[in-house]
Structures are given as structure tokens and as C-alpha cells.
Write a protein that binds this ligand. Structure first.
Ligand code: F1P
Length: 364
């Protein structure tokens, strides 16, 4: 059995250290509890618009679902490019908004320009979330949600996704006043790390299956953003074909491309487990390989899924994204290794995407 600890890939180290980073971030956020309580109190009568680019957009999708599930406040998630190009489709004149631009670097062109636009042209307050507390985005925003974070060297975002998500879940928890919820928040890091270590060998075995070269990720509610992110991780790290959909949408056409080279991963929700168990059964009948991630007691899937990850039941739809994602990141990492691709420097990608917004027609 390979001794994982000796893996020098920065991406591997950033994936496997993320849970300890959550503990530091949570402690710092608790230290500023009154500041953040004031923010949620001040803006709880507004529509919270989460926005970002790439991984940070999929984080915005997951965060808006979880924030609305926890607080009951209206939210939406949009790519920052939509705010730049079709702001009227994001903001109407009737509602009052708070914009939450999310960015690991705080420098991606679209999110920085979108934050400026909503603040200066649309007069909408901005609460920026970033791992870079001295970034342009943080400096140009009205408010910020920042925390200590060990800078990620890898081009691909891993721990930054989960730690920024954790900070937004913490913000929502301030409107709950629920001791049991606060306990789960404290237990999350150790439980997620344990699950990651327990199922890492299985994930590596799946990744080493040379027959699998097509990846499909399926999820509903907060798990759609996670499915989108898992598909991006497989693309970015292993340069493999991957897609993501609302779970039950997969039957309505996309399943036509499934084959015995396909791994269909279903991110089970507590809310949709009956539908998702049925879907897992149908997908196996297609001849595809299936990987299910679920809460322990959700459904008896023995024989229904080729591979099964079972997270502690008590965490549910709000916390299971933190249980599932590190393993999905490792799937991308090990697929890259199995294809002798260096996951630390993905093809055609840079850690920060910036570009000139004024196009003068001159081609290099
Ligand atoms: C967003 C992002 C990443 C992607 C790559 C380029 O960055 O698109 O999602 O993996 O690193 O940048 P950020 O705005 O969150 O810094």
C-alpha cells in the first residue's frame, strides 16, 4: 500500500491539509463574532447575491443554496460575467440587494469589475469573501469576510473552496442560535479528515481504472454547485472529459452518452435520497460504473452502486459538501497521477485569470 504522506505534490498537500485550515479559520471567525452578527443583522432584509468566476462561481452556487436553507433569506448565485453583461437579469428595481463577490485571489478581472459596478453604478453594498485579505477586491468592497488562510500555490482551488464556504456557513449560523449546529461546525474538520483518509485508497483505485475516461457528476440543491466543481477539478487536474447536471436531469438526454467507460458519481442529498437511489439503480443498468456519496443511513445501496462512500449521518445536506468534496478533489488528483499528468500545473491555466476589458480589435 502506497504511503500517501510522502507525496510532494502541492495540490495533494493543499487537499489533505484543508481540514486543519478550517479549524484556524473558524477560530478567527468566532473571534470577530460581533462584527459578523452586525453584518447579517443589517442586511437580513435583502436578497443576497453570491457571485464569482470558475471554482468561485460554483462555490457561490453551493453557498447560496446552503445560506438560504439555513437562514430562509432569499439568495441567488450568478457568474460575475453576468453582472457585467446582463445586470438587468440579476438585479431588478423592486428588490434590495447585498452582493457577495467571492474570489480566492481577489484579483480575477470579472469579479473585481462586477464588485465595482454593483457598488458604484448600482449603489448596492458589497461583502467580499476572499483568501487574500490585501487584494483589490477586499480593498474596493464595503465589507469583507476574511480569515487566516495558508496561501495556495496550486493553480487549482481546493482548500480555498471549502474554507470560503465554511466562512459563509458560519455567517449563516449567527442567525440560527442553535447549539447543536455550532457543535457540528466544531466537529466537521476531524470527521471530514477521517472520511477522506478512510476512503482515499478506494478513490485511488477508481482513478487507476484505465477504462474510465468519461466522468459525470450529479447533484441536487447545494450538491449541484459541488457537482459542477468536481467536474471542473477532473478537467483541470487530469485533462479528462467530465460533465455535471442536476441529478434527475441526467435521464432527460445526457444519459445517451453514458458507456462502460463512464463513471457516474451521484452526490446524495437527505432531501432527495429516494429519487437518487432510484437513479443510481438505473445508471448501473446503463453499464456505467457508479460512485455514490451519501449519509450513512440514507438508503441501503448494497448492490446498487459499484463504489460507496458513507458520511456520518448526522451532518446532512448542509455539512455533507464538506464531507464529499475532499474525496472528489482526490479523484481528480489521482486520475491525473494515473495519466502521468502533473496536477500542480494544469494545461492552459493560470492561478489568476486577468484580461483587458477594452477590446481594440488588435490581434497579437
Ligand atoms: C477563479 C479561477 C479558479 C480557477 C483558476 C483560475 O479564481 O477561475 O477557479 O481554478 O485558478 O481562477 P479566483 O477569482 O477565485 O481567484
Amino acid at each position: 500500500m502506497k504511503d500517501y504522506e510522502d507525496d510532494f505534490s502541492i495540490t495533494y498537500q493543499e487537499i489533505t491539509r484543508q481540514q486543519s485550515g478550517w479549524k484556524n479559520a473558524l477560530q478567527a471567525l468566532k473571534g470577530e463574532r460581533s462584527k459578523y452578527l452586525e453584518i447579517v443583522d443589517q442586511f437580513k432584509g435583502r436578497v443576497w447575491v453570491f457571485t464569482g468566476c470558475g471554482t468561485s462561481y460554483y462555490l457561490a452556487q453551493t453557498a447560496s443554496s446552503i445560506f438560504e436553507m439555513l437562514t430562509g433569506l432569499p439568495t441567488k448565485a450568478v457568474p460575475s460575467s453576468e453582472i457585467l453583461i446582463f445586470p438587468g437579469l440579476v438585479f431588478n428595481s423592486a428588490d434590495k440587494y447585498l452582493a457577495i463577490p467571492i474570489s480566492r485571489s481577489g484579483s480575477s478581472t470579472e469579479v473585481v469589475k462586477a464588485a465595482e459596478k454593483v457598488k458604484t453604478e448600482l449603489n448596492i453594498p458589497t461583502l467580499a469573501v476572499s483568501c487574500s485579505s490585501d487584494s483589490q477586491l477586499i480593498k474596493s468592497s464595503d465589507l469583507s469576510l476574511t480569515f487566516p488562510f495558508e496561501t495556495e500555490e496550486s493553480v487549482v482551488m481546493t482548500g480555498s473552496f471549502t474554507t470560503m464556504l465554511l466562512s459563509i456557513v458560519y455567517l449563516a449560523s449567527l442567525l440560527l442560535d442553535d447549539g447543536e449546529f455550532a457543535d457540528k461546525l466544531d466537529e466537521l474538520a476531524d470527521e471530514s479528515y477521517r472520511l477522506m483518509k478512510d476512503f482515499e485508497p478506494m478513490v485511488e483505485t477508481i482513478a487507476n481504472d484505465e477504462n474510465i475516461n468519461h466522468f459525470v457528476f450529479l447533484g441536487q440543491g447545494p450538491f449541484l454547485g459541488l457537482a459542477n466543481e468536481a467536474a471542473l477539478k477532473i478537467q483541470e487536474m487530469s485533462i479528462s472529459l467530465s460533465q455535471s447536471y442536476h441529478a434527475l436531469e441526467y435521464r432527460h438526454g445526457p444519459k445517451s452518452t453514458a458507456s462502460d467507460n463512464t463513471l457516474i458519481t451521484i452526490l446524495f442529498s437527505e432531501s432527495g435520497k429516494a429519487y437518487e437511489a432510484h437513479l443510481a439503480n438505473d445508471m448501473k443498468a446503463l453499464g456505467a460504473k457508479t460512485l455514490v456519496l451519501q449519509g450513512k443511513s440514507y438508503s441501503d445501496l448494497s448492490g446498487t452502486s459499484h463504489h460507496l462512500v458513507e458520511a456520518p449521518t448526522r451532518f446532512g445536506d448542509v455539512f455533507n459538501p464538506f464531507m464529499y468534496l475532499p474525496l472528489l478533489q482526490l479523484l481528480g488528483y489521482y486520475k491525473a497521477r494515473s495519466k502521468n499528468i502533473n496536477p500542480d500545473s494544469p494545461k492552459n491555466l493560470s492561478a489568476v485569470v486577468t484580461f483587458e476589458t477594452q477590446y481594440d480589435g488588435n490581434h497579437e
